[in-house]
Design a protein around this ligand. Structure first.
Ligand code: AMP
Length: 417
């Protein structure tokens, strides 16, 4: 039997309904805040991610789906979308004016990761990016948008974990102090960390190894090495979040897996997720646009893991149920034609009704309607046809009423069906 590729799964039923609920909630919030959608291709040239996400990052090092296409060009299935969105904005000359540009995207990402619960090789992200504004106020706006989505989905047990990773200018002083600390306890760190300390010391903070985390106790804090402007920025963001009622915790070890962050970096964790607790992450990336060849443009954004958020939504709300429409069942050939005409008119008016075209015996129709969770069956036999009515049967109560054709749309609103 053919199977789906490892780490890639089919979405259907209640899980897909949870996805849709999250997407619809997010789209409504994006519209309220004035964010516009952008869709970029799944495939990009490797350069888009290599330098930006970071040559030393796990994503670039181990996890990218890279291959040569038939024209011998090296392409990658996007492992994240921020760098791709930036590539698109530069390509279409959409940056450079003083107007802010607020964008969102929804789509699949691909990372060849080790398999674990809640971690997939094709997973989905919903992301928001704001370009052209460098203020802490713009970050607060973006975080308000984010929490509006999460609260709209009924999630309240959330923790915003916040850090400032400074700027490329302020980092060397931190690196020097951190390397001295590392050297003093060098044998305690894993092999990967020995590589990381040379390439990008921040990655050592991100190591999942328990021994390394222990050896990090008492490490120099990046927040103690911030330049004055970054310090002020960080303090102002915290002030805004406190005033706006967004609870956060400072986490000086939080660095995120991508290299392009400057100043603010954050994650939102959910206790409902167990070990894979990061529901989403984001931060400021003021250098990325320039790095990819565009005009110097400050930017801030985040990406929600849709698979994980949908799973938390299902835990919090219970299974997201389907609302099947009423089932219109014609009995006999004459009724079948009339039923198609009636359904056509009702669909035109927006009435949700499923047309039964199987020509089954009535008993079988009811049994199948029951299995499908249908609440109301509309029967159209020769008698009904002559009278211009349908017999509406509510399956739960067995109650039966005759409804004239013209009254069906008002009597059978989606809520009643
Ligand atoms: P990142 O793009 O690494 O900042 O990740 C942002 C969010 O995407 C994470 O917090 C996760 O919720 C989600 N995510 C990242 N990688 C995966 C994966 N392999 N499977 C499922 N969700 C993921």
């Amino acid at each position: 039997m053919a199977q789906s590729v490892k780490g890639m799964r089919d979405l259907y039923g209640s899980e897909l309904r949870a996805f849709r609920l999250v997407e619809d909630t997010a789209r409504a919030a994006f519209a309220r805040h004035g964010y516009e959608e952008i869709r970029t291709p799944i495939l990009e040239y490797t350069e888009v991610f290599k330098r930006t996400v970071g040559e030393s990052s796990d994503i670039v090092n181990k996890e990218m789906y890279v291959f040569k296409d038939r024209g011998d060009r090296e392409v990658v299935m996007r492992p994240e979308n921020t760098a791709a969105v930036v590539r698109a904005l530069i390509e279409h000359k959409l940056l450079g004016s003083s107007d802010p540009r607020l964008l969102f995207y929804i789509g699949p990402m691909f990372r060849y990761e080790r398999m674990q619960a809640g971690r997939y090789r094709q997973f989905w992200q919903i992301g928001a990016e704001s370009f052209g504004v460098s203020t802490p106020e713009s970050e607060a706006e973006s975080l308000l948008l984010l929490f509006e989505i999460l609260k709209g989905l009924g999630l309240t047990q959330l923790k915003l974990s916040l850090n400032s990773v400074g700027t490329p200018e302020s980092r060397p002083a931190f690196y020097a102090a951190f390397r001295a600390f590392f050297d003093a306890r060098e044998p305690e760190y894993c092999e990967d960390c020995h590589r990381r300390i040379g390439e990008n010391p921040l990655r050592v903070l991100d190591c999942k190894n328990d021994r390394c985390q222990k050896a990090l106790e008492g490490h120099p804090l990046i927040t103690d090495f911030l330049d004055e402007a970054s310090k002020h920025h960080h303090a102002r963001l915290k002030e805004l979040l406190a005033a706006l009622g967004i609870p956060f915790e400072e986490n000086p070890r939080l660095v995120r897996g991508l290299d392009y962050y400057t100043r603010t970096a954050f994650e939102v964790l959910s206790s409902d997720l167990g070990a894979q607790s990061a529901l989403l992450g984001g931060g400021r990336y003021d250098g990325l646009v320039k790095q990819l060849g565009g005009p110097d443009t400050p930017a801030f954004g985040w990406a929600i893991g849709l698979d994980r958020l949908a799973s938390v939504v299902q835990q919090v709300k219970g299974e997201v149920g389907a609302t099947p429409p009423a089932l219109l069942v014609p009995l006999g050939e004459a009724a079948a034609l009339e039923a198609a005409k009636l359904a056509q008119a009702w669909w035109d008016r927006g009435l949700p009704v499923q047309l039964d075209t199987r020509g089954l015996a009535l008993k079988k129709v009811f049994a199948s309607a029951d299995r499908l969770g249908i609440k109301t069956v509309l029967l159209l036999g020769d008698g009904e046809l002559a009278e211009g009515v349908v017999t509406a049967k509510h399956l739960a109560t067995g109650e039966q009423t005759k409804v004239p054709f013209a009254e069906v749309p008002t009597r059978l609103s989606p809520a009643k069906a």
